[in-house]
Write a protein that binds this ligand. Structure first.
Ligand code: AMP
Ligand code: ZN
Length: 461
């Protein structure tokens, strides 16, 4: 039985898809105004684990992720400049060039992290018409009103507004800023359609003149287009709970009368050295930054398994370096099982698999799942049966669990390097006796030497 935590009910619920065999999911994707950072990537690793766990449970997937290339202002609410337009101005590029550049960078990053692309990855700017129609519906149903700045959602018409975050509306109201638009009827009302000032670059002709969509409306319009009015699971980061997802729910209720998703799932934040990631602290790291520091992207994926997705995760360079060592050790242990002709009792294998499945099905408990993976890898008796089981687990983990670990030459001691050099010369001179002696010497020092076309490679014994 698969259980997933639903932010809406604050409970772990038994998962039952709306349709028998297919699970419909919507994920809020990146705003492509800059490189995604490793905090964002935690959210997409979570999304990918969810996909793979659903598949492990026998479901087919219909999953949509949006690419936000318009409408996300520098604040998640209705203030500031459009992030895309700001980035284009700062980089002296067109908005399209910015969108293209960072969308491609995002795809490369998720690929390096073993994250699959959802079935549909769709751009906001390709759905302006659907968004306008959605706004019209909200207005027709009496939940939207026009001001000189745009069209707002009237939160006072929806008594359930705030149900996802369970916010204290009274407090919010006194704190919320009304000065954005004095024509707003209630402080919590939010823009669903924004009339474009003359200098605004991205604007489309509409019923309300040249305008652009509010950020939240894109997810409502696109999820409805591809998944229907109500689908199974909606995912995003915890920062989406109080504004973006609350507003998505309101919009759907305004347009269709329904909450669009049965289960709302949210990933907690990644912290850096115990604090927030921020440009001013120069600690906004990307996948490329990891690579520049000699960290394989998949190590970051492995690292995220040290904490449950609903808990904060603290990134430190020491932590990620230890994760790299641990992942390589896990790979070495896995490879020791490969091809070993030794049968393991079926019951034992089944028990391991059952425990793994129980962990992943318990609201995606990757830390527990990973501890079972280690138990299997560390089995004293080597067997290809264990290898196959670990490979099966890796369909979810996606850490290339049987990847060959090639130690970095520079990290070898002088002694090892000189033996390698001596052995290379011996082999060139076809002095195989000497070559074998040196092989034994390396073994005594803890290394197995493998001769390949590219030369000698070392593996830890
Ligand atoms: P954005 O591109 O800003 O819309 O964010 C993309 C995704 O990353 C969203 O689901 C955010 O909730 C999530 N996110 C942003 N910052 C972090 C963080 N520090 N840790 C985890 N997830 C984050
Ligand atoms: Zn969204």
């Amino acid at each position: 039985m698969l259980k997933l935590y639903n932010t809406l009910t604050r409970e772990k619920e038994e998962f039952k898809p709306i349709e028998e065999n297919i699970v419909k999911i919507y994920t809020c994707g990146p705003t492509v105004y800059n490189y995604a950072h490793i905090g964002n990537m935690r959210a997409y690793i979570f999304m990918d684990n969810l996909r793979k766990i659903l598949r492990y449970n026998g479901y087919e997937l219909l999953h949509v992720m949006n690419i936000t290339d318009v409408g996300h202002l520098t604040s998640d609410a209705d203030e500031g400049e459009d992030k895309m337009a700001k980035s284009a101005r700062e980089q002296h590029k067109s908005v399209q060039e910015i969108a293209e550049k960072y969308t491609q960078a995002f795809f490369q990053d998720i690929d390096k992290l073993g994250i699959e692309k959802p079935e549909y990855v769709v751009k906001a700017t390709d759905h302006i018409h659907e968004m306008e129609e959605y706004v019209k519906k909200i207005v027709e149903n009496g939940y939207g009103y026009e001001t000189s700045k745009g069209v707002y959602f009237d939160t006072s018409k929806l008594p359930s507004y705030g149900e996802l975050s369970r916010i204290d509306l009274k407090n919010q109201k006194s704190g919320a800023r009304i000065e954005v638009d004095p024509e707003k009827r209630n402080p919590l009302d939010f823009a669903i359609w924004i009339k474009a000032p003359e200098e605004h670059i991205m604007k489309w002709d509409s019923k309300w003149g040249l305008s652009y969509p509010g950020w939240h409306i894109e997810c409502s319009a696109m999820s409805q287009k591809y998944l229907g009015e109500v689908f199974d699971i909606h995912t995003g980061g915890v920062d989406h709970i109080p504004i973006h997802h609350e507003n998505e729910i309101a919009q759907s209720k305004g347009a269709t009368g329904k909450n669009p998703a049965h289960i709302w799932m949210h990933v907690e934040f990644l912290l850096i050295n115990g604090g927030k990631m921020s440009k001013s602290l120069h600690n906004v790291y990307t996948v490329e930054d990891l690579e520049k520091n000699g960290i394989e992207p998949l190590t970051y994926r492995y690292f995220t398994y040290s904490s449950h997705y609903r808990n904060k995760l603290n990134f430190t360079w020491d932590g990620i370096k230890s994760a790299q060592v641990a992942l390589n050790r896990l790979r070495e242990l896995t490879r020791k099982h490969k091809g070993v002709d030794c049968l393991v009792a079926k019951q034992k294998l089944e028990d391991y698999e059952q425990r793994f499945k129980t962990a992943i099905n318990d609201d995606i408990n990757m830390p527990v799942a990973l501890s079972i993976v280690w138990e299997v890898a560390k089995e004293k008796e080597k067997s290809n049966d264990y290898y196959l089981l670990l490979k099966k687990f890796d369909e979810i983990l996606s850490i290339q669990i049987d990847k060959e670990v090639v130690a970095d030459e520079e990290s070898y001691s002088e002694e090892i390097l000189s033996i390698l050099e001596e052995r290379k010369v011996a082999r060139e001179n076809k002095d195989f006796k000497k070559s074998d002696e040196l092989r034994d010497k390396l073994k005594e020092l803890g290394y197995l030497v493998i001769d390949s076309k590219e030369g000698q490679k070392l593996e830890k014994v």
